[in-house]
Design a protein around this ligand. Structure first.
Ligand code: AMP
Length: 556
């Protein structure tokens, strides 16, 4: 293990607002945010947070009040996040692309009373509809896209394309963000018990059932931030620049982007959505040194950078997470940029980072690295978690550490199902090698059972990624009359490449056993992705299930 990582000093468990307060003290004049050219210094950011926190308290926010943030990446998100926490409230993260049904479920499940959102046609109307539809929602705090915190330039309309600013009613249910900032007086101090008090409700589990709110405490958030700071000891405090295009309402960008970036005094370039050319332009012009991402982002940049004259050489460190990072994608990106791209692993329920490959030490191909400081990974039997597996044996990965959530909001049974003796059962199968490196095999629920054998889709995906024509792959289990289930691969080829399914199958025969060989390989121009850009199986599984379902008989 690399010596540079401090694994002995206890991780401080402190209230989450201290992340920004600490940096505002040390780097007051340094830029904290750059949104489309509008810069906000650390000092100014901390003052805006204080004023907004007072405003929230005057709106009735006290300890435990749930305040929703339904915002794309922009300064309003960062200010509101820390202001709600400072006022004693709980941040509930909402995806601005949610449809009304999803918004309603999450507002009601969490008991969100106030929602902060943006005055654009794509977002505001559906949030406004919730004042009627969801009983608990009392007020909307409206941030203006043409307000002083954003770049009042035509560039904003380029970013939001067809979206336009909409008129906001002047009534008791609406409060302008500017009015929040104009509140007089001091922030009333709120006593926070970091290990108990919930800071963020982060919804998860949408792929398998009703989304549940993971309760991330103040300590979970500050612990994971501190753990990441230890992971990169060679970072220059107050000097780094980070490109943040992953959405802040997702746990990965919240911690690995915003909280870690602010903790090291970096300047955060916030981009509200992933557009390849804009990302490449921003990297070339603004020269970020840190660039957290998910594998699909690095894949897209690899493809584009090979074709255009973009300068990506400023990037020094990237942490990839959320999904497997194909070995060749990592190698190519490092070659193009000269950076260190390391893969980490975690879940919403672990705030999220549990393991990562070391920056200064050996990176093992295909491994998600070693545990964060203060964290231990246990491999337990998926059938009986009381049984510990031996080193090298496969089992369910369980995480024990200060970043593991307090449980699911109002769902004690779901909580009990994922916690074992204080450790989080992840639902991921993996093993630990002789050097303590963790390897993931697959998710328990994605394992394909074919003729009594366990097939791990990831093994097939990794094999297909070895083919030079393949850009992206998803493998799922489909119904098979003889074997119960069989693997099927969906492949997107690289632009200008033309391998046929038969050629891909021939290629695979050198890598896979007969039972692992996909029953079918289907080429697609696009593969479905989640909001954060993870390749998604859900839509493909639904399509296959619909095709396999018997056609209902017509009734006369
Ligand atoms: P979420 O809570 O939505 O962020 O999803 C967490 C899940 O993403 C984990 O349980 C893993 O199955 C998967 N995941 C996260 N990081 C990785 C990684 N580096 N490699 C493979 N799967 C990952």
């Amino acid at each position: 293990m690399p010596v540079a990582i401090d694994r002995t000093t206890p991780i401080p468990l402190v209230p989450a607002p201290s992340i920004l307060e600490e940096s505002a003290r040390r780097f007051a004049d340094r830029p904290a945010l750059d949104f489309l050219g509008r810069k906000t210094s650390y000092g100014e950011l901390a003052r805006l947070v204080d004023r907004a926190a007072r405003g929230f308290q005057q709106l009735g926010v006290k300890k435990g009040t749930r305040v929703g943030l339904c915002l794309p990446n922009c300064p309003y998100y960062v200010i509101s996040y820390f202001a709600v926490l400072k006022a004693g409230g709980i941040v509930v993260n909402f995806n601005p692309l949610y449809v009304e049904r999803e918004l309603k479920h999450q507002i009601e499940d969490s008991g969100t009373r106030i929602m902060v959102t943006l005055d654009i046609r794509q977002i505001y109307p559906k949030v406004a509809a919730m004042l009627e539809a969801a009983n608990c929602l009392e007020r909307i705090v409206v941030c203006s896209m043409s307000g002083s915190l954003t770049a009042v330039k035509s560039v904003m309309f380029n970013v939001f394309k067809r979206s336009e600013v909409v008129a906001i009613p002047d009534d008791l249910h609406h409060v302008r963000f500017e009015r929040l900032l104009a509140s007089q007086g001091e922030v009333r101090p709120v006593e926070i018990v970091p290990e108990q008090d919930v800071a963020v409700l982060q919804y998860t589990g949408g792929t398998t059932g009703v989304p549940k709110g993971a309760m991330l405490t103040h300590a979970n958030i500050t612990a994971n931030t501190a753990q990441l700071c230890r992971w990169v000891p060679e970072i220059s405090l107050g000097q780094e620049r980070m490109l943040l295009v992953l959405p802040l309402f997702h746990v990965f960008a919240m911690t690995v982007g915003m909280n870690f970036g602010l903790a090291v005094g970096a300047e955060l370039f916030l981009l509200p959505r992933f557009e390849l050319e804009q990302v490449l332009k921003t990297i070339t012009r603004k020269r970020p040194t840190l660039f957290p991402g998910v594998p699909t982002i690095y894949t897209a940049l690899n493809g584009a950078a090979e074709q255009g004259a973009w300068d990506l050489s400023s990037i020094k460190v990237c942490i990839s997470g959320g999904a497997p990072l194909p070995v060749e994608v990592r190698a190519r990106f490092e070659q193009l940029t000269g950076c260190h791209l390391v893969e980490g692993y975690g879940l919403t329920e672990s705030a999220p980072v549990a393991t990562c490959n070391p920056l200064g030490g050996a990176v093992k191909a295909g491994s998600v690295g070693i545990p964060m400081p203060g964290t231990s990974i246990e491999v337990r039997s998926p059938l009986d978690p009381a049984i510990r597996m031996e080193q090298g044996e496969k089992g369910e990965i369980c995480i024990r550490g200060p970043q593991v959530m307090a449980g699911y909001w109002n769902r004690p049974e779901d909580t009990a199902a994922v916690m074992f003796d204080g450790a989080l059962r992840t639902g991921d199968i993996g093993y630990i090698d002789e050097d303590g490196y963790i390897f993931l095999v697959d998710r328990i629920k994605d394992v394909i059972i074919s003729g009594g054998y366990n097939i791990y889709p990831r093994v097939i995906e990794e094999a297909l990624y070895q083919h030079p024509d393949v850009a992206e792959v998803v493998v799922i289990g489909v119904a098979d009359p003889y074997r119960g289930q069989a693997p099927k691969a969906f492949v997107r080829l690289k632009d200008g490449h033309a391998a046929t399914p038969e050629q891909l199958k021939d290629f695979l025969s050198g890598y896979l056993s007969r039972i692992e060989m996909p029953k079918q390989i289907e080429l697609r121009a696009e593969l479905p992705k989640t909001m954060v850009g993870k390749l998604s199986k859900k839509e493909l599984q639904a399509e296959e299930a619909a095709q396999a379902a018997p056609v209902p008989a017509h009734t006369a």
